[in-house]
Design a protein around this ligand. Structure first.
Ligand SMILES: CCCCCCCCCCCCCCCCCCCC(=O)SCCNC(=O)CCNC(=O)[C@H](O)C(C)(C)COP(=O)(O)OP(=O)(O)OC[C@H]1O[C@@H](n2cnc3c(N)ncnc32)[C@H](O)[C@@H]1OP(=O)(O)O
Ligand SMILES: NC(=O)C1=CN([C@@H]2O[C@H](COP(=O)(O)OP(=O)(O)OC[C@H]3O[C@@H](n4cnc5c(N)ncnc54)[C@H](OP(=O)(O)O)[C@@H]3O)[C@@H](O)[C@H]2O)C=CC1
Length: 535
C-alpha cells in the first residue's frame, strides 16, 4: 500500500454475534435496478450478487438483444440455469419473476427499446448499472464509438428522464488513460470532443475512418481504450444533471470467492492465454516479468460496484467520483511470478489432449520473441500440419497459431508496462463501510492469495471454459508424459542427425567425436576394472 495512508482504511472484519443485516444489501431491497451488459462476464456476476444478497429487491431490468439464435427469454433461462446462479435459486426461489428482459440493441439509435418498455424503465428505475460495451481491442472505430460512446450518451439521456433515479453507475476501464503512467481518479479530457467524433461517424465512410483512426487514438493502443475514455467524457458532461459515479476495473479475471472460486465464462483477458499455454500452443510471450500484472477478480469488481451504487445514492457526492478497482496498489503480483504460478497449476491440473507440454516464458527482447515464434510456435504447427496432410486430414494448426499470435500481439502492450492508479476514493469507500458490509461486499484485495487464486483460476478455466472433467486428470498426465518422451526422442534424433552431418563435413568434429568416444571407453573400462577388484 502507498505510504500516504496514515490510518487503517481496511479494518479487519469484526466478529458480530447475531448477524446484523448489511446496510448495502438492505439498500437494494425493494429497488428497481436497470443493468446493461447483464449477459456479459461482469454483468452476470453483478446480477447474481444482487439477487443473492438482496432477494427482496423489486425487479432487475436487463437490456438484452437476441443472439446466436436464442431469444431474450432463452438467454435469461440459460443464465438462471447456469452453475453461477445455483445459490441464488435457494435464496431467491422466484428469481425468474424478478428479472425482466427488455429488448434493446445498443447498436441502434434510441437503443431500439420499444415505447412501452421505455416508459416502464423511465418511471420505475431507481438505480442504473451500465456495464455493456464492446471490449474488443480491434473493433472498427465506428462500432466502438456507437457502443462505448453513443449508447452511453443515449442511456444517460434516458436516465435524465427517470424521476426516481438515485444513482447511475458507469463501468469504464482502468486503461481508459493507459497513455499515462500515473492515473488519478479524475476524468482526463481527450483532444477531440466526443460529440464531434459521434457526429463525424455519421457521415465519414469506413475507409476514411480507417485512415484517421491511428491519428485519433494517438498514443493509446486500440479503439477500445480510446472509446472508453470518450465514454467517460460523455458521462462527465451529464454529471451536473445526474448523480453519477464511474468504476474503473483493471484486467478482470475469474471469481476469487463468490459465489465460488474460479468461475469464468469467456476468453478475454488472461483466460484465453491460460488455455493457449495449458494446451501447449503458447510457449513464450513478449512480456516484462517485473511489470505489474494488475488482475482483479470479477466478484471484487461486482462488490465494489454495488458499494459504489449504495454510497452514491445515499451520500449524493457533489462531484462525479471515480473508483479505481485495481490490485497493484494493494497487493501487487508480477507477470513473471504469475507465469510461474500458472505453470505450477498445470502440474496439478493439466488440460486434456495438449498439443505440447506446457512451458511458458516471458521475454523482453523482440528478436528473442521472433526466434521463439519461429522455433516454438510456427515450426511445430507446420510439422503438425504436415503430419495431418500425410494422414489424409485437413491441416489447421498453422491457421490457429497465426490467430493466436495475432491475439497475443494485441495483449502485449498490457504485458510490458506498469501503471500506478491512485485509489483514494476506493479507500475512502472502504472506510465508510460497516464491518458487515466489508465482509459481504468485500473488495479488499490485500486478503487475496495469488497462488491460491491462480490455481482456482486454472481449475475454473478447465471446468467452465474447456468443460473438462477432473476425472480425466490421470489420463491428461499420462498424455503429458508421452509428449515428454516424444520430445526427448525428437531432440535426440535431431542431435544425432545434426552431428552425423557435421562429422561428415568437418575434421575437427570428427576429432572431437573420437576424443569423446575414447574418453567414454576408457572411463567405462576403468570403472569395470575397479568394480571387479572390489569383488
Ligand atoms: C507465456 C506465459 C503464459 C502464461 C499465462 C499467463 C497469463 C497471462 C495473461 C496475460 C493477459 C493479458 C491481458 C491483458 C488484457 C488487458 C485488458 C485491458 C482491460 C480491459 O478493459 S479490456 C477487456 C478485455 N478485453 C479483451 O481481453 C479482448 C481481447 N480480445 C479481442 O480483442 C479479440 O478477440 C482479438 C484478440 C482481437 C481477436 O479477434 P479475432 O481475430 O477477430 O478473433 P475472435 O475474437 O473471433 O477470436 C479468434 C480466436 O481467438 C480466441 N480468442 C479470443 N480472445 C482471446 C484471448 N484473449 N486469448 C486467447 N484466445 C482468444 C477466440 O476464441 C477464437 O478462437 P476460435 O477457436 O473460436 O477460432
Ligand atoms: N473484462 C475485462 O477485463 C474488463 C472489462 N471492463 C469493462 O467492464 C464492462 C463489462 O465487461 P465484460 O463483462 O468483461 O464484457 P463482455 O464482453 O463479457 O460483456 C459485454 C456486454 O455488453 C453487451 N453488449 C455488447 N454489444 C451490445 C449491443 N449491441 N446491444 C446490447 N448489448 C450489447 C453484451 O451483450 P451480448 O451478450 O448480447 O453480446 C454483454 O452483455 C465493460 O464496460 C468493460 O469495458 C473494464 C476493465 C476490464
Amino acid at each position: 500500500m502507498k505510504g500516504h495512508l496514515t490510518r487503517n482504511l481496511f479494518p479487519e472484519p469484526q466478529k458480530t454475534k447475531g448477524r446484523v443485516m448489511s446496510t448495502i444489501a438492505a439498500f437494494y431491497s425493494g429497488k428497481s435496478i436497470l443493468i446493461t451488459g447483464a449477459t456479459g462476464f461482469l454483468g452476470k456476476v453483478l446480477m447474481e450478487k444482487l439477487f443473492r444478497t438482496s432477494p427482496d429487491l423489486k425487479v432487475i431490468y436487463i437490456l438484452v438483444r437476441p443472439k446466436a439464435g436464442q431469444t431474450l427469454q432463452q438467454r435469461v433461462f440459460q443464465i438462471l440455469n447456469s452453475k453461477l446462479f445455483e445459490k441464488v435459486k435457494d435464496v431467491c426461489p422466484n428469481v425468474h419473476e424478478k428479472i425482466r428482459a427488455i429488448y434493446a440493441d445498443l447498436n441502434q439509435n434510441d437503443l431500439a427499446i420499444s415505447k412501452e418498455d421505455k416508459q416502464e424503465l423511465l418511471s420505475c428505475t431507481d438505480i442504473v448499472f451500465h456495464c455493456a460495451a464492446t471490449v474488443r481491442f480491434d473493433d472498427h472505430l465506428r462500432h466502438a464509438v456507437q457502443l462505448n460512446v453513443t449508447a452511453t450518451q443515449q442511456l444517460l439521456l434516458m436516465a435524465s428522464q427517470m424521476p426516481k433515479l438515485e444513482a447511475f453507475i458507469h463501468i469504464s476501464t482502468a486503461f481508459s488513460n493507459c497513455n499515462l503512467k500515473h492515473i488519478d481518479e479524475v476524468i482526463y479530457p481527450c483532444p477531440v470532443e466526443p460529440k464531434k467524433i459521434i457526429d463525424s461517424m455519421e457521415w465519414l465512410d469506413d475507409a476514411i475512418i480507417d485512415e484517421i483512426t491511428p491519428k485519433l487514438i494517438g498514443d493509446r493502443p486500440n479503439t477500445y481504450t480510446y472509446t472508453k475514455a470518450l465514454g467517460e467524457m460523455v458521462v462527465q458532461q451529464e454529471s451536473s444533471n445526474l448523480n453519477i459515479a464511474i468504476v474503473r476495473p483493471s484486467i478482470v479475471g475469474a471469481t476469487w470467492q463468490e459465489p465460488f472460486p474460479g468461475w469464468v465464462d469467456n476468453l478475454n483477458g488472461p483466460s484465453g492465454l491460460i488455455i493457449a499455454a495449458g494446451k501447449g500452443f503458447l510457449r513464450a510471450i513478449r512480456g516484462t516479468p517485473k511489470a505489474v500484472a494488475d488482475l482483479i477478480p470479477v466478484d471484487t469488481v461486482a462488490n465494489l460496484t454495488l458499494a459504489v451504487g449504495w454510497y452514491t445514492a445515499v451520500n449524493r457526492p457533489k462531484s462525479t467520483l471515480i473508483y479505481h478497482c485495481t490490485s497493484g496498489n494493494f497487493n501487487p503480483c508480477y507477470w513473471g511470478k504469475m507465469g510461474f504460478q500458472v505453470l505450477a497449476a498445470f502440474e496439478k491440473i493439466p488440460f486434456e489432449r495438449a498439443f505440447r507440454r506446457p512451458y511458458a516464458d516471458f521475454t523482453t527482447n523482440t528478436i528473442t520473441t521472433q526466434y521463439w515464434n519461429a522455433v516454438s510456435h510456427r515450426a511445430p504447427a507446420i510439422i503438425y500440419d504436415f503430419y495431418l496432410r500425410l494422414t489424409g486430414r485437413k491441416p489447421r494448426m498453422t491457421k490457429l497459431m497465426n490467430r493466436l499470435l495475432r491475439t497475443v500481439s494485441m495483449l502485449e502492450y498490457f504485458l510490458n508496462r506498469s501503471w500506478e492508479w491512485s485509489t483514494y476514493n476506493t479507500e475512502m469507500l472502504m472506510s465508510e463501510l460497516s464491518p458487515e458490509d466489508q465482509r459481504v461486499f468485500n473488495f479488499d484485495v490485500r486478503q487475496l492469495n495469488w497462488l491460491e487464486y491462480i490455481e482456482n483460476y486454472v481449475l475454473g478455466v478447465k471446468k467452465y471454459l474447456l468443460k473438462e472433467d477432473m476425472a480425466g486428470v490421470p489420463k491428461a498426465k499420462q498424455h503429458l508424459k508421452r509428449l515428454r518422451n516424444i520430445h526427448y526422442l525428437f531432440n535426440t534424433a535431431l542431435f544425432l542427425i545434426a552431428w552425423r552431418l557435421l562429422i561428415a563435413r568437418s575434421q575437427m568434429a570428427r576429432n572431437v567425436w573420437f576424443f569423446i568416444v575414447n574418453f567414454c571407453y576408457k572411463f567405462l573400462s576403468y570403472f569395470r576394472a575397479s568394480s571387479t577388484l572390489k569383488v
